[in-house]
Design a protein around this ligand. Structure first.
Ligand SMILES: [Zn+2]
Length: 135
């Protein structure tokens, strides 16, 4: 038995039975969120978005969205986007491409946010290191 702590809700779960980085409850929640995200991206292919925007639009926890990216949810079917809703391959491919671009952007955002979190461990340091955004 491999008991590990869920990184999202801190619950202990059996990693041997459920080989993911989050517990079954969180995985279910992420699955739901994932389809929401996918629907949102499909319905708003031209929308400019990032983790924060998605969090607001979908009423989701930013941490959950970050986990989606981290756990590779958004990678797993960037090519096999639900094709039934598209008449033509062209549409699908175009969307897949945009979807992919969006994911790249999201990854960059997540990476930036994580770097930021790292940086702001010390408040004084973050203020000191802030070069131009303060007015
Ligand atoms: Zn959990």
């Amino acid at each position: 038995m491999a008991l590990v702590t869920c990184k999202l809700c801190r619950k202990i779960y059996n990693n041997a039975l459920f080989a993911k980085k989050v517990c079954p409850d969180c995985a279910r929640r992420l699955d739901d969120l994932y389809s929401d995200v996918r629907n949102y991206l499909r319905d708003n292919p031209r929308a400019k978005f990032n983790v924060e925007v998605l969090s607001e639009k979908l009423g989701a926890d930013v941490r959950d969205l970050e986990s989606l990216v981290e756990l590779g949810y958004l990678n797993r079917d960037k090519i096999e986007i639900d094709s039934s809703s598209f008449k033509q391959d062209d549409d699908r491919q175009k969307l897949a491409k945009e979807f992919e671009g969006s994911i790249e952007k999201m990854k960059a955002t997540v990476a930036a946010m994580q770097a930021q979190q790292h940086k702001t461990v010390s408040y004084g340091q973050s203020v000191y290191g802030d070069k131009g955004s303060r007015r």
